[in-house]
Every structure is written in structure tokens, then in C-alpha cells.
Design a protein. Structure first.
Length: 134
């Protein structure tokens, strides 16, 4: 057995249809398989609260996207908090500014997946949209 966790970074760490609405992603598949095998995997990705788009072609032949926002109260996800109950927030230096990152936790069997979210008060409007959708 590996004495330390295996780290998986995936911009497409898609696990649950309610969360991301896009089945068959290799990052999500690896997390499920690692849990089944008892491997000490830890996943990190982005929180996409606006989800992925569904597309259709209009009558005049143009692709149209429809984004369906995530309903946090219906999804198997929770905001990560410290021992004192405060939300866990990291920061990232981006150009000449600091961007705050919230952290959400999704548990896939025994595998924790931490999803980063920039839609936080205090971030610039354009920075709040960085993790909005894929």
C-alpha cells in the first residue's frame, strides 16, 4: 500500500450528474475506481456552479447553449470549514491582485475531492466568474 495519498488534478473532475451533468469523465472515473480499490487518492478540481451547457441547434442552424446552474441544497456537496466553523479560504496571486478561493468537498466513496470556487465576496466581478463554468 502507498504510504501517502495519490494526488489527482483534473479540470474535469466530474462525478455526480447533479453536480456536473456530464457523465463519463476520466477524472471522475478514476476517483470512483480508486475508492473501489481502496487506493489513497485525493482529487482537486474546479467548482462549476453554472455547470456544463446543454446545446441544441436553432432552426436557422446556430448552436445555442443552455447553462443550468447547480442547486447546492440538492447536491451531495458541502462547503469546507475549519474547526471553528469558518469557511476555508485560500488565496492565489493572479497578475497584480489576489484572488480568494473557496473550497467545497465532495466525497466519492473513500476519495475526497476538493473543488475550488472563485465566486466569493471580495473578489472582482471578473474573478468571481473564473470558476463559473467549464
Amino acid at each position: 500500500m502507498v504510504p501517502w495519498p495519490i494526488f489527482l488534478w483534473s479540470s474535469l473532475c466530474i462525478i455526480i450528474a447533479d453536480l456536473c451533468r456530464r457523465p463519463g469523465d476520466s477524472g471522475g472515473d478514476m476517483c470512483k475506481e480508486a475508492s473501489d480499490l481502496g487506493l489513497p487518492l485525493l482529487g482537486i478540481g474546479f467548482m462549476y456552479p453554472q455547470g456544463y451547457f446543454h446545446q441544441h441547434v436553432s432552426e436557422d442552424g446556430w448552436q445555442q447553449e443552455i447553462f443550468q446552474p447547480l442547486h447546492f441544497n440538492e447536491a451531495p456537496i458541502r462547503k469546507l470549514t475549519s474547526n471553528t466553523g469558518d469557511p476555508v479560504v485560500a488565496s492565489l496571486q493572479l497578475a497584480e491582485r489576489s484572488v480568494a478561493l473557496g473550497v467545497w468537498l465532495v466525497q466519492v466513496g473513500r476519495v475526497p475531492i476538493y473543488l475550488l470556487d472563485t465566486d466569493l465576496p471580495g473578489n472582482r466581478e471578473e474573478d468571481r466568474k473564473l470558476s463559473a463554468r467549464l
